[in-house]
Design a protein around this ligand. Sequence first.
Ligand SMILES: [Zn+2]
Length: 163
Amino acid sequence: TLCQVMFEGQQTTVLLETMAGKGTEVGRSFEELALIIEGVADKRPELSAKLGVCLDTCHVNDAGYDIVHDLDGVLDEFDRVVGIERLRAVHINDSKNPCGAHKDRHECIGKGYLGGEEFGGGMQVMQNIVSNGRLRALPFILETPNELAGYAAEIKLLRSLQQ
Ligand SMILES: [Zn+2]
């Protein structure tokens, strides 16, 4: 368990990742993540500050959080349930599946449901994500199905979108 592998004075912050909710996967809701964090904090308060969350944009979409139409509403919900100060990193991926599909199939930036054509060019959602005041200072990590050249192009694209 986390209480067994974590120790007082460790330099590394452990990030729990938001999950898509396929099968019996744990961490599909902000409530489940909060329960894990509170469980550790109750038993070992000294470890609480070393525990954070990584938000995966594909996973939260697949889990049913509508970041396409209401990113700020989803972040408000995260803040209410987990606490926004726990959010330390973003896995930025598009999704092959619509909101709530519980699938976990990453797609290249702008090719999936987070870059939907209904948003004229498809980049408005990604622009909202990389420019959001509560996200833009966090580390963004790509986990898209790509080779190196594809990653370079996506990094360039995302940087050009950030406001
Ligand atoms: Zn991820």
